[in-house]
Design a protein around this ligand. Structure first.
Ligand code: BG6
Length: 492
């Protein structure tokens, strides 16, 4: 993509925040190391703190050193840091935009037609920043100006529509990059290849062979210092409405006619539209929520959610959300998709697990094979990327004993380094490729699906199940299962 090399200014709003320190800077630094940033790419770090360039650089160096460990390369860092300008300003104030405009117009800073505005700020500030950018003349006909909006996009269907209409007042759709970093993850990208490049897989990827699908995103970490945001959002808005609905749509979509941005997104939207609406009175049959109490992670005692700084007293915000969806189309009719996510769970583990049906005839009823486990295809997103198929084979020797065997389709060789999702997505923003970004109808349909759950939970604030930090969440979530032989898969 040649336009990656064109001059570009990349403005980071909320530059001193966690997202920038933990995700954006490490990803951009890796792109620098790989020589993928064009020679005239400049960064403007915009934040309120009175740091100055020197202190900004020192802070950035510290963050990158701790992130990359022994791999930190001072020469790469020097090159990277030389691209930065630190602009002190409050993104809610008009003066900041005047100062930004002046800075971007200076020939010395490489004034250019490509400007990326990356909103790494609290979602409550999106509206205001978009207005200010529009009023300062940073949008409209400037087709090469792009705006990157982090999730959550709105807090429900209605607010998402308002935010979208507001963005469209100032920016055209092809200037808007709604980011969901799960789409940049290797395993997610590889899932399409696995499905559509292997004639072996696609014929069995349907209700005739698949019994159910599980999507798990389990995290050990708590909410850290994010109570201000998280206590209002909860797990359903933070993870399930966006990252996990995207995973579901990539698992369930039909093969696109081609791999371009719109063809792919059309297929994902079709899946979201086919999800059976959850009747409001039956929410408890389809969704389950809980909150972590005190417990231990890796043997270290940790407080419960109610004890985290900034959480409201008696908050019933969920830190664990599980839901069951049906995709009512020919391919998936009757197949439950179980999704669950939680903070402070027993392990850091993100999995897509696909369980196949039992064989139609139980040939080995009188033998030790009687209770044979069905086949699984398991795709692990993290902590390690992997894909495997679980099948049964006879154990060598006398007797009819079997063992389960994993056929691994590992795709990373030992000398191939992993790429972070943000590296892929940031490079696409700089190059102007929107295929891995979200179109508004995807956001809209995903909100439609979860809205009945949100509304039900927000009205029922009297009680929430709890689970000890460091566990796999409450056993009561199993009430979502359609069959007695369904259980959460907690391992690769
Ligand atoms: C973010 C959520 O979008 O994704 C966080 O806001 C969550 O709460 C994070 O921890 C998980 O991302 P990853 O890439 O670490 O799985």
């Amino acid at each position: 993509m040649e336009n990656r090399r064109e001059p570009c200014s990349f403005v980071i709003f909320g530059a001193t925040g966690n997202l920038v320190r933990d995700k954006l800077l490490p990803a951009l630094y890796q792109l620098e190391r790989a020589g993928l940033l064009g020679p005239s790419l400049q960064f403007v770090a915009l934040a309120r703190r009175p740091l100055g360039l020197e202190k900004w650089n020192a802070g950035m160096r510290e963050a990158l050193e701790s992130h990359t460990g022994a791999d930190f390369d001072p020469a790469v860092f020097e090159r990277f840091a030389a691209r930065f300008f630190y602009l002190q300003g409050d993104h809610r104030e008009p003066e900041t935009y005047t100062a930004l405009k002046e800075h971007l117009a200076r020939p010395a800073t490489g004034a250019c037609e490509n400007v990326v505005f990356y909103l790494a700020i609290p979602p409550t500030d999106f509206f205001n920043v978009v207005t200010q950018l529009g009023r300062t003349g940073f949008s409209g006909g400037l087709a090469n100006h792009r705006i990157v909006v982090e999730k959550p996009f709105g807090e429900d269907l209605e607010s998402a529509r308002k935010l979208n209409a507001h963005l469209h007042q100032y920016f055209n759709e092809d200037q808007i990059y709604r980011i969901d970093h799960y789409l940049g993850k290797e395993t997610v990208q590889n899932l399409s290849v696995f499905r559509f490049a292997n004639t072996l897989i696609e014929p069995i990827w349907n209700r005739n062979f698949i019994d159910h699908v599980q999507i798990t995103v389990a995290e050990c970490q708590g909410i850290g210092s994010r109570a201000g945001y998280y206590d209002k959002a909860g797990a359903l808005r933070d993870m399930l409405q966006n990252h996990m609905m995207q995973l579901l749509s990539v698992v369930a979509m039909e093969p696109p006619s081609q791999l371009d941005a719109d063809a792919l997104r059309d297929e994902k939207v079709k899946v979201l539209r086919s999800i059976r609406p959850i009747p409001r009175r039956a929410v408890n049959n389809y969704a389950f929520r809980a909150q972590y109490g005190p417990g231990a992670i890796d043997g270290v005692a940790v407080p419960g959610y109610q004890g985290e700084p900034g959480v409201e007293e008696n908050s019933t915000t969920e830190t664990y959300a599980a839901a069951k969806f049906y995709v009512d189309n020919w391919r998936w009719s009757g197949v439950p998709f179980y999704l669950r996510t939680g903070k402070r769970l027993a392990e850091q583990l993100s999995l897509i697990s696909i369980r196949f049906r039992h064989p139609p005839q139980q040939l080995f009823r009188e033998t030790p094979l009687a209770n044979i486990e069905p086949n699984w295809i398991v795709l692990s997103l993290q902590p390690h990327e992997s894909m495997h198929v679980e099948i049964h084979a006879k154990q060598p020797g006398l007797g009819m004993n079997t063992r389960s065997t994993k056929l691994f389709a590992s795709y990373r060789k030992d000398d191939e380094t992993p790429t972070d999702a943000y590296e892929t997505l940031l490079l696409d923003v700089i190059g102007g490729d929107r295929s891995l970004f979200i179109r508004f109808d995807e956001v809209e349909w995903a909100w439609r699906v979860v809205d009945p759950i949100l509304r039900h939970w927000s009205q029922d604030t009297s009680y929430i199940h709890t689970y000890p930090a460091g566990s796999w969440g409450p056993a009561e979530s199993e009430r979502l299962f359609d069959s007695e032989d369904h259980e959460w898969r907690n391992h690769v």
